[in-house]
Design a protein around this ligand. Sequence first.
Ligand code: IMP
Ligand code: MG
Length: 371
Amino acid sequence: MAVIKIHDKYFKPYISAEKLNKYVSFLAKEVENDLDPNEVPIFIGILNGCFMFVSDFVKQFNRPCEVSFVKLASYEGISSTGAVKHLVGINEDLKGRTVIILEDIIDTGNTLTEIYNIFRDKQVKELKIVTLFFKPDVFRKELHIDYIGKSIPDKFIVGYGLDYNGLGRNLTAIYQLKDKKMKNIVLFGPPGAGKGTQADRLKDKFDLIHISTGDVFRYNIKNETELGKLAKTFMDKGDLVPDEVTINMLKEEVNRFPDANGFIFDGFPRTISQAEALDVFLDEKGESISGMVALEVPENLLVARLLERGKTSGRPDDQDESKIRNRFNEYETKTAPLQDYYQKQNKYFGVDGVGSIEEITERLSEVFKAL
Ligand code: IMP
Ligand code: MG
């Protein structure tokens, strides 16, 4: 399940259809067990939001019952107006009946107050309140609620009957409003600049997901995913993996973490077309790249560092100075256009990469904090 857009806002998957079904059947069983077996209750749904809930609830209530509706409204957009309007009233004679209210969600409790008012003078035998969702942080009333499917935080939700300005009611799962923007950082640095070490430290410090393109590639190939197999066909021929394949792998990785605070992209994008595709992809989720942060280290220093590493690592490409210089050339040639791309959007941040690991983390953190 991915992030969806309704009108101007973005919503992320929150409660699956399977989970909802469990809450609803649990509620139906509870109500059934508590009722006198000879009692034929009348369920009254509060429209519009309750229609899916009522439908599923009564299907799981395995005894004779009546079903009716009233229509009330207090919401405009994503906040309660305070005033509850009556749109459709009750026609049944409820005298001496067991009335069970089915609410999709109880938020401020304004609607619930109104429900108690409506039924106060109806001489019902018993009035019970069932709500699928309840927001305890907002509820400011002394009113009794008999059954709660699930208590949820004070965040706007849509789906399963609930709407945002009319839309979203037909979604079979519940989605939650995305309120905060992600911190999405493209981390750059030449070979030997300590990018991996820094990414590791920064992801913990800022609670971000580190996406190393190399790791994502290796994972997909090793596990023979569809995309991994596709990428391999190009690599086996000695061809570059097309941007589209790489991007799709990345998208899948990003989509695995809908709740992330953000991502550190490492080894991606490498080309303008990848950068553009990343922008389009993030835009669809109401997100964007916060900045490109590049570690800047003089070439000679890096050559010395890599040669030093080569003595112990045994990596042949770390032992040959001309090969090392060649890797820099490649890095410079590749990143220059990207630097330009992000600079034009005021999103390029160069950070001095000379110093101790701690010092460099500190410098990077200052930039990360501001993004
Ligand atoms: P209350 O009167 O503030 O308790 O709000 C009850 C009504 O507000 C519900 O029946 C819904 O129609 C609407 N509502 C409250 N919270 C949400 C939400 O998170 N998503 C969609 N509708 C909501
Ligand atoms: Mg409602």
